[in-house]
Design a protein around this ligand. Structure first.
Ligand code: BGC
Length: 701
């Protein structure tokens, strides 16, 4: 307490004599000291000065620079009191300034199921952001992929809230070693075409159990900021949504950071936004600024609410921004070897082997003499969307280049873009193996919508020409490998049986071509697993309407929807092959019964019974027996990735806590842990036949 007061007095004196250097390094500073400093500075700001901190200041010139070069979105600071401006930069697959490292998109990173690796990605992006002068990174995007048609699917990690929460919070921990992170878009943002106006309706249980847990996990990881979504949720614009921003995020979860609006038209009314708990309007004070000052003067908004917003902004500002902010940060590391190697490592671990008939892959350089590489995308720098998540690296390794890097020294590689179909078929006929690279680009899916489809991918099939190409080419060559690039699921019923092997490469980043080459020739053993379901046909999916003014999100989507309806997907959630084989055995639980505050450990032995070293994602799901409410057949509640040499066995332990099994009781407005039997499933995918089973009960405290 004494220390706290000393801080306050000291800060006041310094403030009075106009000393502007009072912002000192606060990373690691004690919370009390930080709070005292925040209060000291807050008490010296006039209403106008406070409000100035609560909105971005972006001129037309900045806008254009942002569009073409990638400059920073700024929020003014206050030089008189040494408050640094905020400098925000996108985004989820790398820093949006030319020359930064272009990592694989979030969806591929979700497919790594590797939280430590994701933390390293966050750390690298945080470093690059800071080295280039930013102090807020507008990532991670952790929206639930409710439907694979969502145009921004690639930005997020997948469809499951637990998996999203683990990946997102790991990323946040990495980023925040250097700058503030921003978990976005809060909440229910998963259709692009109508994002500015759609009212997403869902019941409270669906919201709590499906659309929010991952945001809470990021809050628990200390995320500095949360971005409200463009859409309405249950009748209120997310930026005006008091239930979301204040009741849940700030009051229930104890979020200490600040809420940023999404960018264009995300705020519609001054009083509603501030009273709901929106702390910072971006990118300009369309509704804050002068309008907010006036609202306070007219008594429509209390100065207490302004103080609360500014307190949150200052808290994070002082915590993260040191006076010598960029000292020691080496710009040559931006897009440098260390980070591009990390981008390669991620691509190696996130590309998913979906099919491999007769062990077509890996190709053996001793056994083939020629390879035909076919498809426009083989020779295209295809990093994904060019909306706010765009990253422009100094180079991109295409699949063709990556394949050449692995094999050109030994075999003949022929390339055709496939436009001349007969030529491509001839090439394929004369080669010992074929790699077809097909899929989507930023023109097919992404933010904002460059097409009639407004960014969403309403037809999940490949383009007709690509389907033709696969069918014709695979008919003349027994070793026919299809590499897919896309942000989410692709429907394959028109050709899947023709391909001997299929690799899902998503948008694999600037080093993606090398990872593809390494996997094709067996230098890397694939270990990615799908973070989403791949349906067999469109009619297996819930509805998706990107022009509707109102949509209802039911409780079920993704694998929970498939499980519940008894639908068999083409490739299940959590599925992916390897060049080796694993066997699971001996699932055991540390207890047959735990109390409501209890935890248990599930152990399972995983054997590498093949001939190649590999990494295996071990997944744990929980089912509910005798629940009084409708529950999913199973929910993902744990996972880890282990590496195993040929012949090696490892015992994998996964922790489960009773609390994580609660459901939201809407009548009581609280979480409830049921005293029932729980089935634990552990295995290599969400497919029921793949899973070992054990059970336990929760009862008592
Ligand atoms: C996007 C955000 C992004 C912001 C700034 C918005 O349109 O929805 O994800 O961070 O623009 O570029």
């Amino acid at each position: 307490m004494v220390r706290r007061n000393l801080w306050l007095i000291g800060a006041l004196i310094l403030g009075m004599i106009g000393f502007s250097g009072i912002v000192m390094s606060q990373l690691g500073a004690k919370d009390d000291d930080l709070e005292a400093k925040v209060e000291a500075v807050l008490s010296q700001l006039s209403l106008e000065e406070k409000v100035e901190l609560m909105a971005g200041k972006t001129t037309l010139k900045n806008y254009l620079e942002e569009l073409f070069k990638g400059t920073l979105w700024q929020v003014p600071g206050n030089p008189r009191l040494g408050i640094s401006p905020l400098k925000c930069i996108d985004g989820p697959r790398g820093v949006g300034i030319k020359g930064s490292t272009a990592f694989p998109v979030g969806m591929l990173r979700g497919a790594t199921w590797d939280k430590d690796l994701e933390q390293k990605v966050g750390e690298a992006m945080g470093y690059e952001a800071r080295a280039q002068g930013a102090n807020v990174l507008l990532a991670p995007c952790i929206n639930v992929l409710r439907h694979p048609s969502w145009g921004r699917a690639q930005e997020t990690y997948g469809e499951d809230p637990y998996h999203l929460g683990i990946m997102g919070s790991s990323f946040v921990q990495g980023v925040q070693k250097h700058v503030m992170a921003c978990a976005k878009h809060f909440a229910g943002n998963s259709i692009e075409g109508n994002r500015f106006y759609v009212n997403v309706k869902m019941d409270e249980r669906t919201l709590r159990e499906i659309y929010l847990p991952h945001f809470k996990m990021c809050v628990e990881a200390g995320v500095a900021s949360v971005m409200s979504a463009y859409n309405d949720l249950n009748g209120y614009l997310c930026a005006h949504n008091k239930h979301l921003l204040t009741d849940i995020l700030k009051n229930e979860w104890g979020f200490k950071g600040f809420v940023i609006s999404d960018w264009l038209n995300a705020v519609e009314d001054t009083v509603s936004a501030i009273n709901a708990g929106l702390d910072l309007e971006m990118p300009n004070p369309a509704h804050y600024g002068k309008k907010l000052v006036k609202a306070v003067q007219e008594g429509l908004v209390s100065e207490k609410s302004i103080d609360e917003a500014v307190r949150r902004l200052l808290r994070m500002n002082f915590k993260f921004i040191t006076p010598d902010f960029q000292a020691g940060y080496d710009k040559s590391k931006v897009g440098g070897k260390e980070h591009t190697q990390l981008a390669l490592e991620v691509a190696r671990k996130g590309i998913v082997l979906l099919k491999n008939d007769n062990s077509t892959l890996p190709l053996n350089l001793e056994k083939i003499k020629s390879l035909a590489v076919i498809g426009k995308l083989a020779d295209t720098k295809n990093l994904g969307d060019k909306g706010s998540s765009n990253v422009v690296p100094s180079y991109v390794i295409t699949p063709l280049q990556g394949i050449k890097n692995q094999a050109e020294w030994k075999i003949k590689i022929y390339y055709s873009d496939g436009v001349n179909l007969e030529g491509a078929v001839r090439l394929a006929k004369n080669a010992d193996a074929v790699v077809l690279v097909v899929g989507m680009t930023w023109k097919d899916e992404g933010e904002g919508g460059y097409s009639f489809f407004r960014g969403d991918r309403l037809d999940l099939h490949l383009h007709k020409q690509d389907e033709n190409l696969i069918n014709r080419v695979c008919a003349v060559n027994q070793r026919c490998i299809v590499v897919l690039e896309a942000g989410s699921a692709v429907l394959m019923e028109n050709w899947e049986d023709k391909a001997s092997a299929i690799l899902m490469a998503f948008y694999p980043g600037m080093e993606g071509g090398n990872a593809i080459g390494e996997i094709i020739f067996g230098k890397t053993n694939p270990s990615g697993k799908l973070p989403i379901v791949f349906p067999r046909s469109q009619d297996q999916l819930p509805p998706f309407d990107n022009r509707a003014k109102e949509v209802v999100y039911e409780y079920y989507h993704g694998y929970r929807w498939f499980d519940k309806k008894g639908l068999e997907p083409l490739y299940p959630f959590g599925y992916g092959l390897s060049y080796t084989n694993y066997r699971y055995d001996n699932l055991r639980l540390s207890a047959e019964r735990i109390g409501k505050a209890g935890k248990l450990i599930a152990k399972v032995d995983v054997f590498n019974i093949g001939k190649m070293a590999g990494e295996e994602v071990v997944e744990l799901y929980v089912g509910y027996k005798g629940s009084k409410v409708d529950r999913p057949v199973k929910d993902l509640k744990g996972f880890t990735k282990v590496s195993l040499a040929p012949g090696e066995t490892k015992t994998v332990s996964l922790e489960l806590s009773a609390q994580d099994l609660a459901y939201w009781n809407s009548e009581k407005s609280s979480w409830e842990i049921e005293e029932i039997e729980y089935i634990v499933y552990v295995g290599p995918s969400s497919r029921q036949e793949d899973l070992l089973k054990a059970s336990f009960r929760i009862s008592g405290k």
